[in-house]
Design a protein around this ligand. Sequence first.
Ligand SMILES: Cc1cc2nc3c(=O)[nH]c(=O)nc-3n(C[C@H](O)[C@H](O)[C@H](O)COP(=O)(O)O)c2cc1C
Length: 381
Amino acid sequence: MSKPLTIADLKTRARRRVPKMFFDYADSGAWTEGTYRANEEDFAKVKLRQRVLVDMTNRSLATTMVGQEASMPVALAPTGLCGMQHPDGEMLAAKAAEEFGVPFTLSTMSICSIEDVASVTSKPFWFQLYVMKDREFVANLIDRAKAAKCSALVLTLDLQILGQRHKDLRNGLSAPPKWTIHHGIQLATKPFWCMDMLRTRRRGFGNIVGHAKNVSDLSSLSSWTAEQFDPQLSWKDVAWIKERWGGKLILKGILDEEDARSAAETGADAIIVSNHGGRQLDGAMSSISMLSKIVDAVGDRIEVHFDGGIRSGQDVLKAVALGARGTYIGRPYLYGLGAMGKPGVTTALEIIRRELDITMALCGKRDIQAVDSSVLADVRF
Ligand SMILES: Cc1cc2nc3c(=O)[nH]c(=O)nc-3n(C[C@H](O)[C@H](O)[C@H](O)COP(=O)(O)O)c2cc1C
């Protein structure tokens, strides 16, 4: 098989290897998936400015996100059930990110636990927090992330209730997979995934089972999660979480200028302009079309990060040009993971780095930190 050259190549391979219910879980958005599609499509509305006869030697993609070094302005976004794309997926992705020199963010809803990921990494990773009604459990999660020396807390604000994703409902998604005939057929067609999955014991939500009250096994877990996301989460909660955590805090899921201003007032270190990869409010604006408005509103007060729809290094450059200090990729690395495990995550990062580097050079820049709107020829959302 030829080497994957694009994120789309990795997606094709992941589709072949990962059982349908889990591949669909990654490749899905809420309702009509209009916002999910717009996240990707709107990048094409940003045109780059071609420059010539500019010295293109000694290029650098290195930067910082919330003061922490990154070999390029790309982090791995938190993704639930990552360990169902590939057994021990979070541990493998975290190791790939560490070797590559970019931040890895572990989701609250991960399969491998905070402690699992800490046991295979030597540098700090980031932890993403969902706020549950059970505040004791939340406080305990924060303390576990501190004990694991996580160097930033990413607090997700855009999932107080779960957006409806039709593919997941139709597939009867669950972790571990349920043994209906329908699922049995899906699994039978993916023997390599099944064999690998049999070799690991990590098949449930590692951060939750055994830690949350009244959740000792997976049957009690599903009712617990359905009830536990907190629809009353407020800006006051951000204040106590910030205080309890005491370290770098990143607020994820801002898509509106007014919310961005409230977020900046909390004293957090960064916000992520994000619509959860089009998985929550279908019909919302694409992330990239909101980025410069939010940078204009709060960019002088708080670091602005970005995610949603990045499928190439060119997209990263466009986001940086529109004012993002750093970006995150979700599906691109999940496809790499599903396709090839840890080398697939590395391949996804390599693809993005190569595209970013060449594009930056052809736009006449040598240092990612010097990239600004001067590399853009036209933006029409
Ligand atoms: C399969 C999947 C699971 C996700 N789970 C979480 C999660 O647990 N917590 C969270 O804050 N965001 C979650 N997200 C959203 C991502 O962090 C990120 O915002 C989104 O994937 C970015 O869009 P992209 O996939 O187009 O790069 C998830 C996204 C996907 C695709």
